[in-house]
Write a protein of this length. Sequence first.
Length: 109
Amino acid sequence: MFRNVSDGPCCVGQRRDISVWVKPIVPAGSVAVAVLNRSSSGPPRLHRLRLGDVAPGPSSSVSRYRVTEVFDGRFVGVFKPTHHIEVRVNPTGVYFLTAVPAVTVCDEL
């Protein structure tokens, strides 16, 4: 997964020692996100990430995203683009997640 994210990703934000990198993935409308803590010491850093800031632009018709942590495949939840996700990243560590459009029965009608 790291290779796919690192091949031409886009840095969408940096704040102090935190960088957020994003790359579109399949299926359409999905993104891989890497939150990198560049600090070499101290406690894990808490970072709030708004899906609307990293997911496809405002023209997207996606109303919800299914978010999964990449390393262990843990389901994080279903979030609207306006929702925030809080992640803790260890020093010199990275938190990888994917956000895939969530399809519900109502969406398919």
